[in-house]
Write a protein that binds this ligand. Structure first.
Ligand code: ADP
Ligand code: ASP
Ligand code: MG
Length: 856
């Protein structure tokens, strides 16, 4: 390389949408300037303006003169609009390419041959790079325009497809020296290269990424940046799955797998050249240049087995061939695949059984959509075996690492394929993907469901996953409809922290407002506050003031409520213990508090305790939900509730002892946002109701979710109310609710101070003065809590931190991958929505006192 100190080149590729506006060009100029100021040499690779290659493809089909003229007008308008918004007149370079395009377009009315088609299509990039040259010059950046055909030569393979060719990815010191001598800033075209005789060849649709990768390899670049219209590679196509999560870093193999199996953001052949030369690839968003994006490089840390992406790719017209034959014959597969080779068909997935071989054809290869070629191929193949073709298929791939070791975990999610015809299942030998091919009409809903089950619900606080697409593209927080309370109490909070290291702070009004929202529900007769979420005396009193009763899970909670809340009566309390000793049931009945029994064992073993009493029964309705498996409180794996199949025998025994069941209770789980869950629960209650004529109350438990992430929608109370009212329309029954989190989560914040900072491995660490000793939810459930720097609320959140506490545990991480302003020792860090299950679950682990509680 020409510079003594190591790699000096940076290759930056800008895709179609990243070169089509004035803003894009100011980003490109700014980025180029930054790199040059840093002493780098820069190669800019551009795509055609967005939509242009599609128009050129239509033009290449031939067709009526009028149609072609219309396309040319559209092409002209696109380029002219960009030029005029940049304040530029067409240069002679631009005009030369434009005239050559007109000439090619008008020379024939029939579809062009591949070589001419390649030349015509190349004009998209020739034109955009010509405009780019002038846009750089207008920004006082002196660049050299390079014809990509003089930089990249295709490899001379037999049967090379001029529309989807490959180039060498060897380093080219001579080329590097020539370019270095010509200047520090260059601009060239993506997508195009030259063939053995100097003819124009293309690298396949989307191939500009690959051009940039070849150039990075030739120049032995320091980095390859792919600038596009999304801030990185996501765990699914963000346009299809808005809750998909940014993948902060990927190994080359993972990126290869994601790209090959459908993540269109990267052209699959672009990864190998970078990998071979160990050049890191950065995927960046030209609309949000400060976002760090995705880094693709060699894997440096061991990662747990997991699914990182759900991607799908259209298998379009000719998705699946099934070869029925006596294929045990020696050499059958070799003969069959020779036919594929002879006709230029590339196979991308194979699955085999005793009597059939199913393959799908690589959708990237243009020849596969050529009908004539297809029928010749099928005729040939028919001499070997019976062939059945399925069209309109799509592959859905779960991509991650060590997929085979987590088949058990995947199996529950794979339930979504029930009732869907799965044409084939394949897994990669490198253990990076599991792929299923299904009919394309199911694709979107399957991808969304699988993403929800395998990624959205598992990704919280995993360092590999960054923010969701919704979060990254949401309105600024100041535009949010409801500001969190602490924004209006910033000064008070800072004042409170002036002499403290940490504090839980609660806002009673926020809790009161939540209580009022529930009290207003038409379908609900009674709301009990689940004391375990937060037992701060002033909160209990504030909620009692709104007319709420209390739900307790220990006799200690019962006594505490009775002594702390003036005016509370035993009848305002419902006690719902689980595996508690006998004497707690006796004391509760004696004290006159309501009692829920959740195990038939208690009723069978100590019938005399309940004789002649009114009780509630807690049932296991056999369907559990929750934000984490540890908070799912019904279903086969949960320790709570009485199984429905035990009810008949239990009923007999209760009747004998005069125990009356006046309420049925069920609580499916915690942090549930899908309102349909409660309708389902209510329907199940109604099914068992005929067995219990004395029941007058159905207690739905709690579990109402709150939005922990900024921009996440709140619990849909209106729909909840409507569903409950509809389901219960013909019954004279009371509905009770017993939420905890919903009432108090948003009313609390945890404040702490920045203690130390450190950069190590992949992370910028931000240490704070209290950790899992105050807030264990992130460590225990992988729970997500929003984190902000209260001392720097108005500074841009552009640093990417891992926020950790001081406890001697690797799990003492309060937030993975958080964007915060660059922070300093002593700054006040606020962890939001910690009013529920914060202080009550705290400990003195390491003999560190948890944060104390305050009301503002
Ligand atoms: P460019 O024109 O910049 O080359 P592309 O359209 O080729 O851009 O690629 C960017 C698009 O890729 C995004 O707009 C997005 O819709 C799509 N895409 C598909 N899958 C993914 C994914 N997993 N992560 C990010 N983007 C994806
Ligand atoms: N312009 C080409 C295409 O649209 C190449 C690219 O943009 O990557 O396929
Ligand atoms: Mg692309």
């Amino acid at each position: 390389m020409s510079e003594q100190t190591g790699r000096s080149w940076v290759v930056m590729k800008f895709g179609g949408t990243s070169v089509s506006s004035v803003d894009c060009w100011s980003t490109i100029c700014a980025q180029a300037r930054l790199k040059l100021a840093d002493g780098k040499r820069v190669m800019i690779v551009v795509s055609a303006l967005s939509g242009v290659t599609n128009l050129l493809t239509r033009l290449a089909e031939g067709g009526k003169k009028q149609e072609r003229d219309e396309i040319l007008l559209e092409l002209e308008a696109k380029h002219r609009d960009l030029l005029s918004s940049l304040g530029l007149a067409p240069s002679s370079l631009f005009t030369g390419h434009w005239n050559s395009l007109l000439h090619l377009a008008n020379s024939s009315g029939s579809a062009l041959k591949p070589a001419d088609r390649a030349l015509l299509l190349a004009h998209g990039e020739l034109l955009s790079s010509s405009i780019g040259m002038d846009a750089l010059a207008a920004a006082q950046l002196e660049a050299v325009w390079q014809d990509a055909r003089s930089l990249l030569k295709t490899t001379a393979e037999a049967g090379m497809d001029v529309l989807a060719a490959r180039c060498s990815d060897d380093t080219e010191p001579a080329l590097e020296q020539r370019l270095a001598a010509e200047g520090s800033l260059h601009i060239t075209q993506g997508f195009i290269a030259s063939g053995p005789a100097g003819e124009t060849c293309l690298l396949g649709r989307g191939g500009s990424d690959t051009s940039a990768a070849y150039l990075a390899a030739c120049l032995e670049a320091k980095s390859l940046e792919i600038w596009t219209d999304v801030p990185g590679i996501f765990s699914a196509d963000p346009r299809v799955v808005p809750e998909s999560r940014l993948l902060n870093r990927l190994s080359y193999s993972e990126a290869q797998e994601l790209a090959s199996m459908g993540a269109k953001v990267l052209h699959p052949p672009s990864i190998q050249p970078a990998r071979r030369h160990q050049i890191p690839i950065f995927i960046k968003d030209s609309n949000r240049p400060s976002e760090p994006g995705t880094r693709i490089g060699a894997r440096t840390v061991r990662e747990e087995a997991q699914v990182k992406g759900v991607v799908s790719t259209n298998k379009n017209k000719i998705a699946r061939n099934q070869l029925r034959a006596t294929w045990r014959l020696v050499g059958f597969l070799a003969d069959a695949f020779a036919v594929f080779k002879r006709h230029g068909y590339s196979v991308d997935l194979i699955s085999t059984s005793e009597s059939t071989v199913t393959v799908s054809l690589d959708p990237q290869v243009p020849a596969h959509s050529d009908e004539l070629r297809m029928s010749a191929f099928l005729d040939d193949l028919a001499s070997l075996c019976k062939v059945k073709i399925h069209s309109g298929c799509i592959s859905i791939s779960l991509v991650g690492n060590s997929i085979r070791t987590i088949l058990g975990r995947l199996s529950a999610a794979l339930d979504v394929f029930q009732d869907r015809h799965v044409h084939m299942v394949t897994q990669s030998a490198n253990d990076l993907n599991l792929t299923l091919v299904v009919d394309s009409e199911h694709a979107v809903s399957l991808v969304r469901k699988l993403h929800q089950l395998l990624i959205a619900s598992q990704a919280e606080n995993r360092p590999e996953f960054g923010p969701s697409w919704t979060e990254l593209t949401r309105l600024q927080p100041s535009d949010d409809l409801t500001e969190p309370w602490w924004k209006n109490k910033e000064d008070q909070l800072k004042q409170l922290m002036s002499e403290r290291e940490s504090a839980f702070v609660y806002d009673l009004d926020t809790a009161r407002k939540a209580a009022r929202r529930l009290q207003k529900l038409d379908s609900v007769s009674r709301v009990l506050y689940s004391v375990k979420a937060n037992d701060h005396a002033e909160l209990l009193n504030a909620l009692a003031g709104e007319g709420l009763g209390f739900e307790c899970v220990s006799m200690e909670e019962v006594s505490y409520v009775l002594s702390t809340v003036p005016g509370v009566r035993p009848a305002d309390i419902l006690f719902t213990p689980n595996f508690a000793p006998r004497h707690e049931y006796e004391s509760a009945l004696e004290a006159g508090v309501g009692l829920t029994v959740d195990n038939s064992w208690a009723l069978h073993q100590w019938p005399e305790v309940f004789a002649g009493r009114d009780i509630f029964l807690r049932l296991d309705l056999d369907a559990g939900y929750g934000h984490h498996k540890k908070v799912i409180t019904s279903g086969a794996d949960s320790k709570f509730g009485i199984a429905l199949e035990h009810l008949p025998v239990l009923k007999q025994s209760m009747d004998q002892h005069g125990t009356r069941v006046v309420g049925l209770h069920a609580h499916t789980g915690s942090g549930v946002s899908n309102t349909d869950v409660w309708r389902e629960q209510l329907q199940r209650f109604l099914e068992v109701l005929p067995g219990f004529p004395e029941v007058r109350v159905l207690d739905l438990g709690g579990g109402l979710g709150v939005p922990y992430r900024r921009g996440q929608a709140g619990f849909d109370l209106e729909r909840f109310d409507q569903l409950l009212a509809e389901t219960l329309a013909d019954h004279e029954l009371e509905l009770w609710l017993e939420p905890g989190r919903y009432l108090v989560a948003e009313s609390g914040v945890l404040l702490s101070r920045v203690t130390q900072l450190k950069t190590k491995g992949h992370y910028h660490y931000l240490g704070v003065s209290t950790g899992m000793n105050s807030l264990i939810r992130p460590a225990l459930y992988g729970a997500y809590h929003d984190i902000v720097n209260l001392s720097r609320l108005n500074e841009p959140a552009e640093w990417h931190y891992r926020v950790v506490g001081p406890i001697c545990e690797s799990g003492d991480v309060l937030g993975e991958s958080r964007f915060l302003p660059r922070s300093e020792e002593g700054d006040i860090i606020l962890i939001a929505n910690t009013g529920a299950y914060g202080r009550v679950m705290s400990s003195r682990y390491n003999r560190r006192d948890p944060a104390r509680e305050y009301i503002v």
